[in-house]
Design a protein around this ligand. Structure first.
Ligand SMILES: Cc1cc2nc3c(=O)[nH]c(=O)nc-3n(C[C@H](O)[C@H](O)[C@H](O)COP(=O)(O)O)c2cc1C
Length: 193
């Protein structure tokens, strides 16, 4: 059977980030579904703002190379992305841009994003749950980077009151939604064998 290895990350490095909390929850659900799970923080992969002159002069930052290698060790990825003014965070966009610039010998462009399945989620203090940012993120990943992104999305609106003291969703429907997304992600990874 296909070995399911899920990478989980958050587009926020804020202490107390709701998206990091969501990422942790998805990591837990995936592990309970027998996937091997790695959760990383983008704080451990610091990169300067992408600048083509800087790239020409110095190449991509070491953190981008390291993160690309981490992507390539996994066959499924979950990204929890905050919504900033209807878009994803500059941190997440910058990270994706740098990693997209790396293709090894014989690899297709944006190699880190191909041949693996992505699932997206968002936690927002607003009522819409960050879905507008996820539409943008889906465009970047699917159309820009050639990734496969499953239709299910894990939205957590009104995030300030969405989690209990154990970090579990207070709303049963949210828990079901996240579990269904994790089930689909794992199923799609297995399908691609
Ligand atoms: C610059 C900025 C813009 C934001 N724009 C939106 C927005 O368009 N929609 C939304 O639902 N929340 C918006 N928010 C609120 C975020 O959802 C909220 O700050 C959330 O907690 C950020 O995610 P985090 O907790 O993972 O850091 C914005 C926050 C910031 C700082």
């Amino acid at each position: 059977m296909q070995d399911v290895r899920i990478l989980v990350l958050s587009g926020s490095i804020r202490s107390g980030s709701y998206n990091t909390q969501l990422a942790g929850l998805v990591a837990k659900y995936a592990a309970l579904s027998d996937a091997q799970v790695t959760q990383v923080s983008l704080a451990d992969y610091p990169m300067p703002i992408y600048d083509a002159d800087l790239e020409k002069e110095k190449g991509a930052p070491e953190a981008a190379r390291k993160l690309k290698a981490v992507f390539q060790k996994h066959n499924g990825v979950f990204i929890a992305s905050p919504e900033y003014n209807t878009a994803i965070t500059p941190l997440l966009k910058n990270t994706l841009d740098w990693v997209s610039r790396l293709s090894g010998e014989g690899e297709p462009p944006a190699a880190a994003f191909r041949n693996r399945v992505f699932a997206l989620g968002a936690a927002s203090t607003g009522a819409l749950g960050g879905i507008r940012g996820l539409i943008g993120l889906r465009t970047i990943l699917e159309i820009g980077l050639g990734a496969l992104v499953i239709p299910d999305m894990g939205m957590v609106p009104n995030a300030k009151s969405a989690f209990d003291e154990h970090g579990e969703p207070v709303n049963e429907r949210t828990a079901r939604l996240l579990q269904a997304m994790v089930d689909r992600l794992i199923a799609e990874v297995k399908l691609r064998g």
